[in-house]
Unconditional design. Structure first.
Length: 197
């Protein structure tokens, strides 16, 4: 039996996740504030963990093995986001005597978890969403778009590295300011609507 209270919680956390993702983009691109960047990344990881658990619960009837695989990828990505944010926050609040900013984050090198692994997990979840009939078809399509943008972002940061390259800037702006926040908020409202049935 599915828990309506958890579905409601997941809906609320998904909406918050969309808001935190948008605020992270504002902080990272416009404000360039290390404390806010880290805080929103950490909070986004917490929200994502709740949301992905609810997605797994909703989609495991469609295909238990693929649902578990998607959940493992997404839960690993959420944990990576949480730890990456926590690491950056501790450094932003209490700057170490020396920190080599050229080195990739040891927890999440070049966004391996927050973009690469998250994109793979979201791709599987989007495929399951399209098969399930529980979620709007366009929500799964938007999930595919988000997954592809995240994987492109990871590969861009890994291969090109230069953050000002259009190969990184365009997907980052699309994903951070539009696709990801809209997907999370839409998913949240869908969860909240389903919880009332």
């Amino acid at each position: 039996m599915k828990s309506k209270s958890f579905t409601t919680l997941a809906g609320q956390f998904a909406v918050l996740g969309g808001i935190f993702g948008f605020l992270y983009s504002i902080s990272f691109v416009i404000l360039k504030n290390d404390v806010l960047n880290a805080l929103f990344l950490l909070l986004g990881g917490v929200c994502s963990m709740v949301v992905m658990t609810a997605l797994y619960e909703a989609l495991r009837v469609a295909d238990p093995s693929y649902a578990l695989l998607a959940f493992l990828f997404c839960a690993g990505a959420a944990a990576g986001s949480l730890i990456h944010g926590g690491y950056d926050l501790s450094n932003a609040l209490h700057a170490p005597a020396s920190l080599n900013a050229d080195l990739p984050n040891p927890i999440d090198p070049r966004g391996l978890l927050t973009f690469g692994v998250a994109g793979v997990g979201l791709f599987f979840f989007s495929w399951l969403m399209s098969k399930s009939g529980i979620f709007p078809k366009n929500l799964s399509i938007l999930g595919y778009v988000s997954a592809i943008l995240m994987i492109v972002l990871y590969l861009g940061r890994l291969i090109i590295l230069q953050a000002t390259s259009l190969v990184i800037v365009i997907p980052a702006l699309l994903e951070g300011f539009l696709v990801n926040p809209i997907w999370y908020i839409w998913l949240g409202t869908t969860f909240l609507r389903n919880a009332k049935k």
